[in-house]
Design a protein around this ligand. Structure first.
Ligand code: PMP
Length: 394
């Protein structure tokens, strides 16, 4: 191996240090379906780290749709949407998503990450400005990096800072405010009504990443803009299928013209293979369930309120969450790792969020609630978290 590469690799010791302490919490191998209970190393473990908010990854109708799509279309499209990789079901899903989000048109990508990369770098050019919340997802940050434009960051949910940044910019240039609808670590929401007012004042466009809001907020789970009744004020709504939609892939929805522009400028769409038939079909089946069976979303909220109340009763610090993402702030990296390991031993899977994803003083374990959790699973998890925290404090 080249010496410089060897040296670079040798300098990366963070993971090794955590492994040496026996606390490494990543790449845990699951040998079952993504359900409220999973199998890890032959043991049943309660799953509180899954983004399958509506619990549809193993719904019989979703599985069946996927299997039928493989029977009809095979396992892959062997090409990009632009060339040989557009199936009739890709177009159907795009039309359905446009209607679902209240927009003219939609465009599928192979992942949500690729949607953000392609859309943001496709729109923001040299003289343009992308202004984003500092807690936005990594794919938005990377989309900004890939663009040749000017990227500005504002303090989390600080409307004063957003306005300060916009005030300084020239009047006529393209300015796009980009926010997560629901923030993936903290579980709080973007202040969309205020953002809309500021965007109007300074002539900026708005892009909302609704990865964690679709299936969760708005009528039938149509997302953040629908929740606030501001669909017409948001230019672009981005979503992923890796959460409530129980599949893999992503999309962006907007006006006809901007979607057509992106069809010819988003490089992660043009130069990457299209979504597999099975992924499209499972997303379509999940969308059917969202539109026709509101009980999944209702159950998700019942569970979320139940878990939230129990965590608060235990005196735990859950920050400003208003969603099924329930952070428990530990505010110390090592303790967060310890707690995650201890909980897994007790049969509860949670995700540790430590620096650099958040600053060490904001480190947390994140519980994600699913519609399919039972109250007794939630009680067990909260009791074990509380006990584990007492154990660690000793
Ligand atoms: N945006 C947000 C806010 C996310 O949380 C994620 C996934 N963690 C993505 C985009 C990327 O989506 P995908 O998993 O489909 O690549």
């Amino acid at each position: 191996m080249q010496k410089a590469l060897q040296e670079k690799i040798a300098r990366f010791t963070d993971a090794e240090q955590v492994k040496n302490l026996g606390l490494y919490p990543y790449f845990r191998v699951i040998s079952s379906e993504q359900d409220t209970e999973v199998m890890i190393k032959g043991k049943h473990v309660l799953m509180f780290g899954s983004n399958s908010y509506l619990g549809l990854t193993n719904h019989p109708k979703v599985k069946e749709a996927s299997i039928n799509a493989i029977s009809k279309y095979g396992t892959g499209c062997a090409g990009s949407r632009f060339l040989n990789g557009t199936l009739d079901i890709h177009v159907t899903l795009e039309e359905r998503l446009a209607r679902f989000t209240g927009k003219d048109a939609a465009l599928l990508f192979s992942t949500g990450f690729q949607a953000n990369l392609g859309v943001l770098s496709g729109i923001i050019g040299r003289k343009d400005y992308l202004i984003f919340d500092e807690c936005n997802h990594a794919s938005i940050i990377d989309g900004g990096r890939l663009s040749f434009g000017n990227v500005l960051k504002f303090s989390h949910n600080s409307m004063a800072d957003l306005e300060k940044k916009l005030k300084r910019l020239p009047g006529e240039v393209l300015k796009l405010i980009v926010v997560d609808g629901v923030f993936s670590m903290e579980g709080d929401m973007a202040k969309l009504p205020e953002i809309v007012a500021i965007a109007d004042k300074y002539g900026a466009g708005i892009f909302v990443d609704d990865a964690h809001s679709l299936g969760v907020f708005g009528e039938n789970g149509a997302g953040t803009a629908a929740h606030f009744g501001l669909t017409d004020k948001v230019d672009l709504i981005m979503g992923t299928f890796s959460k409530s939609f129980a599949s893999l892939g992503g999309f962006v929805a907007g006006g006809f013209a901007v979607i057509d522009y992106l069809k010819h400028h988003a490089r992660s769409l043009l130069f990457s293979a299209s979504m597999t038939p099975a992924s499209v079909a499972s997303a379509l089946a999940a969308l059917d369930l969202m539109e026709n069976e509101p009980e999944h979303m209702e159950r998700l909220w019942l569970n979320t309120e139940y878990a939230r109340d129990l965590l608060l009763k235990e005196g735990l610090d859950i920050g400003n969450t208003v969603s099924p993402i329930l952070p428990v702030y530990i505010r110390d990296n090592t303790k967060t790792f310890l707690l995650t390991k201890y909980l897994l031993e007790q049969g509860v899977f949670v995700n540790p969020i430590v620096s650099p994803a958040v600053s060490s003083s904001d480190s947390l374990i994140r519980l994600s609630i699913m519609a399919t959790h039972t109250f007794s699973q939630i009680e067990e998890a909260v009791t074990k978290i509380s006990q584990a925290l007492k154990q660690i404090a000793k």
